[in-house]
Design a protein. Structure first.
Length: 128
């Protein structure tokens, strides 16, 4: 019985060692995403962004098309110019959503909508 337990322990121990040796290489898409993350991080660092500004910038930067990310790698001064439109685009999107929410909410209030009617109205209003 002890031999069986020792044998099972040995198999488990060596199985873990083999699993650690066969590390999977990242795919091309994963490598591209990693490069994009590095580039966006570098841009954010150059701009000295912190907190919510950094989060907002990173979100916009990572969502940007890969072609816009090619320029920052070649030129260090270009990222500040390239990133500004992304950041400017991200800020109005959030503000626009807030404005939309306020406007829809006010309109629903003025129409005295309640319950399911209000939910349906708000959903349609925020979509359009």
């Amino acid at each position: 019985m002890k031999a069986l337990i020792a044998m099972v322990a040995l198999v488990v121990a060596t199985g873990g060692a083999f699993a650690a040796e066969t590390k999977k290489e990242p795919s091309a898409a994963q490598k591209a995403q990693q490069e994009k993350m590095k580039s966006c991080n570098a841009e954010a660092k150059v701009k000295d962004l912190k907190g919510d500004e950094r989060k907002q910038f990173m979100s916009g930067c990572l969502k940007a098309a890969p072609t816009t990310m090619a320029a920052p790698e070649g030129v260090k001064a270009a990222p500040a110019k390239t990133a500004a439109p992304d950041q400017a685009m991200a800020a109005p999107t959030k503000q626009t959503q807030q404005d939309k929410m306020k406007a829809c909410n006010a309109e629903a209030g003025s129409k005295a909508l309640k319950g399911d009617e209000r939910k349906k109205f708000m959903s349609e209003c925020l979509k359009g």
